[in-house]
Design a protein around this ligand. Structure first.
Ligand SMILES: C[S@@+](CC[C@H](N)C(=O)[O-])C[C@H]1O[C@@H](n2cnc3c(N)ncnc32)[C@H](O)[C@@H]1O
Length: 522
């Protein structure tokens, strides 16, 4: 019998040695699926300089990390191990892929009783995984009907579930390129994964077609579950990833309403209170990232943030430049724009690579192309640096030219002009209908539909979401353009820029005079 009551989650948590405050409950929320609630009778108070209150503490060994999953897989003998490519060193799968594969194995509805038993009954995470958000899982009918009363179907479909036609409508926004790239990535990963899945399960006695087949839809769903629930969990200096059961039910809110945060220790991942008050029946809310833009939150979590509440609007746009940036970064870098309480800021350090030219004795050249990435040489005022990439290249240029008082403002003006041109272009893209139409023909997205990989996509109306995103991005660009215009006005008045322009005029006059002389001699 499938669970109907989220308090089952807490019983499961107890069995896993997860500690939680006596007044914590998992419950349905109006528009965000399940959430974590404080149900005490007294207000919970955390003082500014006092220790935070631990609300939930999950031991490290319960977290769904690649390492824990691999250890866990050893007890699964010949089924899960080959799927995670354990023992096949040259084929080690990434952390993210290990978590994804484990989720798929645990959530797939196997027909063969032997497989169903291994994946569900012997799986100590099964009771927790039964509460993963619907409609993104194929729950058994009885569970589905009971859970509908928990409003889980209110969860908005994330963009990765939008139909190809809907995705096309997002053209011009900062959502379109990452979304299209993600589908491309998942589609190519799926080719390999589905054949490995078949290979593993057809060896199991009694396995039928339902067991050896995995659909693209399931793969995308599992990927979304990982993306929307995983958190960064460094171990010492090493980066790491993990899904933290129970704490992963914490929903997002803006800084005005947030009352909890994560705390990572060597032994546990905790949800702790923030200074302030939590009233009885309040939901415990965290921030998924105060600097995340509307499009980023929409892409990963599927909902629109309340941007007015957030106090910060951000747009992060990939710069598609096939030239120097592509060479030095290997992939398009991201231009970041923030509007916080009316103040506009941008982070586009890579513009340093474009604001210096041959005239400034700067050059980027490809030394040789070894499979995949080209080997890049950077020449700065006669000094050649080999193999410097990304930020290191930017730092070298900043060090060489940034301290040159005669050039500083000139280079900044060039950066401002480049940015102005890009932002104006992006604004036009946002407004231009033809762009939307032209990407409707995005071959890859069309292919997904042709191959039947797009049939399952949500048919919910998402036009409103896209329109809001478009309007917010337009607003940010407009404010950025105003700020750039202001900066440009200041820079063109600067002594160094005026001196530079005068020198350029003089040089141009001399060149013109020389040209006249040459003509006369002829
Ligand atoms: C880490 S999970 C949180 C638990 C989730 N509510 C559940 O039922 O499993 C993140 C997902 O919760 C939903 N969510 C979180 N905060 C939300 C919010 N403020 N508005 C709408 N949905 C939200 C989104 O579907 C998001 O992808």
């Amino acid at each position: 019998m499938a669970p109907s009551d989220p308090s089952i989650l807490l019983s499961w948590a107890q069995l896993q040695d997860i500690d939680f405050h006596k007044s914590i409950q998992i419950n349905s929320t109006p528009h965000a699926g399940l959430g974590i609630y404080y149900t005490g009778t007294d207000t919970l108070v955390t003082f500014e300089d006092a220790e935070p209150i631990t609300l939930i503490s999950v031991p490290r060994n319960v977290v769904l990390t690649a390492e824990n999953i691999r250890t866990f897989a050893l007890s699964y003998g010949t089924t899960l191990r080959p799927l995670l490519r354990i023992g096949e060193d040259d084929e080690r799968v990434s952390e993210r892929a290990t978590i994804l594969r484990f989720l798929l194995f645990s959530l797939h509805e196997f027909a063969a009783p032997k497989l169903q038993k291994i994946a569900k009954e012997s799986n100590c995470y099964a009771a927790y995984l039964d509460f993963m958000p619907s409609p993104l899982l194929q729950r058994r009918d009885d569970a589905q009907s009971q859970l509908t009363s928990l409003s889980l179907s209110d969860l908005p479909p994330p963009p990765i579930f939008w139909t190809p036609a809907e995705i096309s409508k997002a053209a011009g926004t900062s959502l379109y390129y990452p979304l299209s790239a993600k589908l491309r990535l998942l589609s190519s990963e799926f080719e390999q994964f589905s054949s490995q899945w078949r290979e593993v399960f057809e060896k199991v006695e009694g396995a039928g077609e339902k067991d050896v087949e995995i659909s693209f839809e399931e793969y995308v769903r599992a990927d979304w579950l990982v993306a929307s629930r995983v958190m960064e969990l460094p171990i010492g200096d090493e980066p790491g990833l993990g899904v933290v059961p129970l704490i992963d039910f914490a929903n997002h809110s803006t800084s005005l309403h947030v009352n909890a945060r994560y705390e990572i220790t060597d032994d546990a991942v905790k949800l702790v209170s923030l200074p302030g008050q939590v009233a009885p029946e309040d939901e415990l809310l965290i921030s998924y990232g105060p600097n995340k833009g509307t499009s980023e939150i929409l892409f990963t979590y599927g909902f629109l943030i309340d941007s007015e509440d957030a106090g910060c609007e951000a747009v992060k746009m990939r710069v598609r430049d096939g030239g120097v940036l592509q060479l030095v970064y290997g992939r398009p870098p991201v231009a970041e724009f923030y509007v916080r309480e009316g103040e506009v800021k941008w982070e586009c350090e890579f513009l340093w690579l474009l604001c210096v030219t041959e005239e400034d004795e700067f050059e980027v050249s490809v030394a040789q192309t070894v499979e995949g990435l080209p080997d890049v040489d950077i020449s700065i005022r006669g000094q050649t640096l080999s193999g410097v990439r990304g930020q290191a290249a930017v730092d070298a240029i900043k060090e060489a030219y940034g301290s040159d008082e005669k050039m500083k403002d000139v280079l900044e003006l060039r950066r401002v002009l480049i940015l102005e041109k890009w932002v104006s272009g992006w604004m036009e893209d946002l407004a231009r209908v033809e762009v939307r139409e032209c990407v409707e023909a995005d071959e890859h997205i069309a292919e997904l539909e042709d191959e039947g990989k797009g049939d399952w996509k949500e048919k919910d109306p998402v036009d409103g979401i896209i329109e809001t995103l478009r309007q917010r991005e337009e607003r940010v660009y407009l404010l950025v353009l105003q700020a750039l215009e202001k900066r440009k006005e200041d820079l063109v008045e600067s002594d160094t820029v005026l001196a530079y322009l005068a020198a350029q005029d003089e040089k141009a006059d001399e060149e013109a005079a020389e040209a006249v002389e040459t003509d006369e001699i002829r």
